[in-house]
Design a protein around this ligand. Structure first.
Ligand SMILES: CC(C)(COP(=O)(O)OP(=O)(O)OC[C@H]1O[C@@H](n2cnc3c(N)ncnc32)[C@H](O)[C@@H]1OP(=O)(O)O)[C@@H](O)C(=O)NCCC(=O)NCCS
Length: 161
């Protein structure tokens, strides 16, 4: 089911956000490869196809411009949302697509009972950290050498209720 945030028919040219489908995966993996030094492989995305928090932003008819992967897990009796991956095609960054994906994913996690959402971000990824701060995420702790190049991760958390 497609639930546009904006797009054809409502007088704007923004992308539609909808659950990811198998036919989107090649485009998703292409964006992933252009976005990360340690990209997720195809089958990592395939495993999340039934997950309501795996969303794509689609421009026009079918062009996948970005995606987000998020889920909810029971941790110490709490329902903890987790933003696992988010990227926007380099040609379409800075146009609000990342914000639209994050906003919709947070709505999905809230609807699924999450009481907070966490994510990991590279310490050097200032653009992503700014995006997350704009959405109310606060740095919680640093995980030394989290990434393969020994870069630290910053764990960020936002309470939902
Ligand atoms: C991070 C990413 C998903 C943001 O997507 P986007 O569509 O460009 O984001 P938006 O256009 O919605 O921008 C939202 C906010 O993010 C921040 N931001 C995003 N990219 C930025 C950059 N390169 N420099 C500074 N701020 C940036 C800004 O605060 C911006 O808000 P503003 O426009 O009001 O200033 C995108 O840059 C991307 O795919 N990066 C590569 C992959 C990545 O690093 N993913 C995050 C892994 S933790």
């Amino acid at each position: 089911m497609t639930t546009p945030v904006s797009g054809p028919g409502d007088g704007t040219d923004g992308p539609s956000i909808r659950p990811a489908e198998r036919a989107d995966l090649l485009a998703v993996v292409r964006i992933e490869n252009e976005s990360f030094a340690q990209p997720w492989p195809y089958d990592a995305f395939e495993r999340f196809l039934d997950e309501p928090g795996f969303l794509v932003a689609v421009r026009g008819d079918r062009e996948v411009a970005g995606y987000i992967v998020a889920d909810v897990a029971q941790t110490f009796g709490r329902q903890l949302g987790h933003i696992k991956d988010i990227a926007v095609h380099p040609d379409h960054r800075g146009t609000g697509i990342g914000s639209a994906l994050l906003s919709r994913a947070i709505a999905v996690l809230t609807a699924r009972g999450a009481d907070s959402v966490k994510l990991e971000v590279r310490r050097s990824n200032e653009g992503a950290k700014r995006l997350y701060r704009k959405f109310g995420f606060e740095p919680l702790r640093r995980v030394p050498n989290y990434y393969e190049n020994d870069e630290d991760a910053i764990v960020m958390l936002r309470k939902l209720q």
